[in-house]
Design a protein around this ligand. Structure first.
Ligand SMILES: CC(C)(COP(=O)(O)OP(=O)(O)OC[C@H]1O[C@@H](n2cnc3c(N)ncnc32)[C@H](O)[C@@H]1OP(=O)(O)O)[C@@H](O)C(=O)NCCC(=O)NCCS
Length: 288
């Protein structure tokens, strides 16, 4: 469906700016509901982009998108963008879960305020899933940056198509994740950029920019605990916003944890909905 930007961001967006998304809008009277669909759709696009990396099995079923990775390694078994007919939702959840359980794997669902049916969380809970975390879905308009990006004493900032790992790449899981992120950063046309903060050769902060078809998504913002509260997170997000703006994007989205919410709000992001991450929790009981 098309979402009219002028109705959401104001008349200066003009009617020519539209977002397309296959997410439905639950309550079309609320501009926030339309924007929540835009945020969720960027997640779907991003998982779809990661699924282009060799070895990732992807399923675009028309009413949901999901990936399956042997061993649950990167990018994990992710189910996103659900928009089920209410009558079929239980059967659809059960079918996707069966695919994973037959392969002795768990799966993770991301659901948002644009996911349909609205009671999908209840259905997931009935099937043994539990909600791990709620995120605020946030949107900001992009434009010329206000003021200098801001320096942080002793910390260098870099941008590249190779990720900056905050943890040593020592385990098989971390290696698979790192290799996957490298591979997705090398896909062309380039849609993924990594930002790193480095203190004395040690990575202390990261952020990722994923450029969707119409909005830029900012993901994986993290600063190691010892370096928080010094402006590193703010600078990383501003760099991502500036790059996206320079590439012609007029809006950015992200999903915020409680610890990032204040920072993002100060940078112009506003709440438009909620996203939550669900994980299957019965592996042990099933002896898998
Ligand atoms: C969210 C996160 C990335 C923020 O990183 P950070 O480097 O601490 O961010 P900043 O320093 O720019 O801002 C954090 C706070 O310090 C304040 N601050 C920034 N520079 C400062 C300075 N020089 N002096 C004092 N305070 C400062 C900011 O105003 C902000 O205040 P707030 O907590 O009231 O919002 C970090 O807390 C984190 O990694 N959390 C865990 C992972 C996570 O939740 N990531 C977010 C996913 S959306």
């Amino acid at each position: 469906m098309d979402i009219r930007c002028d109705r959401i961001f104001g008349a200066d967006w003009g009617t020519e700016h539209r977002f397309s998304t296959r997410m439905r809008v639950r309550d079309s009277r609320l501009p926030e509901a339309a924007l929540a669909a835009v945020v969720e759709w960027n997640h779907v696009e991003r998982v779809g982009w990661m699924a282009r990396v060799a070895g990732v099995e992807s399923h675009d079923d028309g009413d949901v998108f999901w990936t399956y990775c042997p061993g649950e390694f990167w990018p994990g078994n992710q189910v996103v963008g659900a928009r089920f007919a209410a009558a079929h939702a239980r059967a659809r959840v059960a079918a996707i879960l069966r695919h994973h359980l037959e392969r002795r794997a768990a799966c993770n669902w991301v659901i948002g305020s644009a996911t349909v049916p609205a009671e999908l969380g209840t259905i997931l809970r009935e099937n043994g899933f539990s909600c791990q975390i709620h995120y605020r879905a946030m949107v900001a308009t992009l434009g010329p940056q206000r003021g200098a990006l801001g320096s942080v004493p002793g910390v260098d900032f870099q941008q590249s198509d190779v990720p900056v790992p905050l943890q040593a790449v020592t385990t098989a899981r971390r290696r698979a994740q790192f290799d996957g992120l490298v591979a997705v950063g090398r896909l062309r046309p380039q849609r993924v950029w990594y930002f790193g903060a480095i203190d004395s050769s040690i990575p202390v902060g990261t952020a990722t920019l994923f450029e969707g078809e119409q909005v830029a998504g900012i993901y994986d913002v993290e600063v190691i605990p010892s370096h928080r509260g010094r402006g590193i997170g703010t600078r990383l997000v501003r760099e991502a916003m500036e790059l996206a703006s320079g590439h012609g994007f007029r809006a950015a989205i992200l999903s915020a944890t409680a610890s990032g919410h204040g920072l993002y709000t100060r940078l112009g992001f506003r709440d438009v909905g909620v996203l939550s991450s669900w994980r299957y929790g019965r592996m042990r009981q099933l002896g898998l």
